[in-house]
Design a protein around this ligand. Structure first.
Ligand code: CUA
Length: 337
């Protein structure tokens, strides 16, 4: 091949390579990492992306050069030269891609194995998904259940994920790991937070009316703050059935219902402001507290106008003690602020 041709192809390849590199680097495709697993995922992403940019630049250079140089000339009706394969080229374009694909496969397999390893001293957390809320239980801390995932920084967390109704999917974008929750199975996932802060957790499987509101927060704190938080949670529970406000959060009520004093505005189910509840109780011909309790333990007994039966889970009576249900009822029927 002529030297001029090679120089021109290299020039095209460099221009294309720089252009796509800028697209890769200047646009923040991935959220900034907050876990060791996300760090590794980011590494695999760049490993594969750099290889792709090089291959893309090479192919683009050959195509652009060939289209320009070998374009048919006006009046030229002759056939092209009779070429029959090129063993050297075929070996090159088979061996190089094979090596690259195997390399990506090996790097991915190593990262996958590392990202599934919780080490010897993980923190265990149970994640329960239901339409349309997340609950977190800390089995090593008694029955502690919360609506917010609080984790100490720098320690691996082994999550056991379960769904009580349909398929949901657990995803904290800043922590990379993503896992579907399939009813009837227990899935496992490891995350090792390495940055302090608050990160959104989303459901990323279309699971029904309230899918887009099925979110929670992950709060990563220092070990000392984590222990203090645990103490506070334990203290809250020691005072009887637990207070209504934290039950409202821990049971995920805000995933579907708006309630100003709890700071929730979801609209899957009816709003729970006291005035509206009173109106509904009057409509059902029941005292307020009895109506609210019935609506929690037997949600389809009276369904508010404009809403569907069968949407709200029917297992709250099993999930909460009577003292907890009483606390939740008095929270919902209590003062507005
Ligand atoms: Cu749960 Cu979408």
């Amino acid at each position: 091949m002529r030297r001029g041709a090679i120089v021109r192809m290299v020039a095209i390849g460099v221009v294309v390579g720089v252009a796509v590199s800028l697209v890769a680097v200047l646009i923040p495709w991935l959220p900034s990492s907050a876990s060791e697993e996300m760090d590794r995922i980011t590494f695999v992403y760049w490993f594969a992306t750099v290889i792709c940019i090089a291959i893309f630049a090479l192919v683009a250079a050959v195509i652009v050069y060939s289209v320009r140089t070998f374009r048919v000339q006006p009046e030229d009706d002759s056939d092209g030269p009779p070429i029959h394969g090129h063993t050297g080229l075929e070996v090159v374009w088979t061996v190089i891609p094979a090596v690259l694909v195997v390399a990506i496969g090996v790097v991915s397999a190593v990262v996958l194995a590392q990202n599934g390893d919780a080490g010897t001293n993980p923190l265990n957390v149970k994640v329960v998904a239901q339409q349309f809320a997340w609950r977190f239980a800390y089995p090593d801390e008694g029955d502690l259940t919360t609506g917010e995932l609080v984790l100490p920084v720098g320690r691996s967390v082994r999550l056991e994920l379960e769904s009580v109704d349909v398929i949901h999917s657990f995803w904290v974008p800043a922590m990379g790991q993503k896992q579907d929750l399939v009813p009837g199975t227990v899935q496992r996932l490891v995350i090792t937070p390495n940055r302090l802060g608050t990160f959104p957790l989303l459901c990323t499987e279309l699971c029904g009316l309230g899918h887009s509101t099925m979110r929670a927060r992950v709060r990563v704190v220092e070990q000392a703050e984590y222990e203090q938080w645990l103490d506070e949670q334990r203290g809250g529970r020691a005072g009887g059935g637990g207070d209504g406000a934290s039950l409202f959060a821990a049971q995920g009520c805000g995933g579907c219902h708006a309630l100003a004093k709890a700071g929730t505005d979801a609209q899957v189910g009816p709003a729970l402001e006291t005035a509206r509840l009173q109106e509904a109780a009057d409509g059902a011909g029941q005292p307020l507290a009895a109506y609210v309790e019935e609506s929690i333990v037997d949600p389809d007994a009276v369904v508010a106008a404009g809403y569907q039966p069968g949407v709200m889970p029917r297992d709250y009576a099993e999930r909460m003690s009577q003292a907890q249900i009483d606390a939740l009822v008095s929270y919902l029927t209590g003062p507005e602020g």
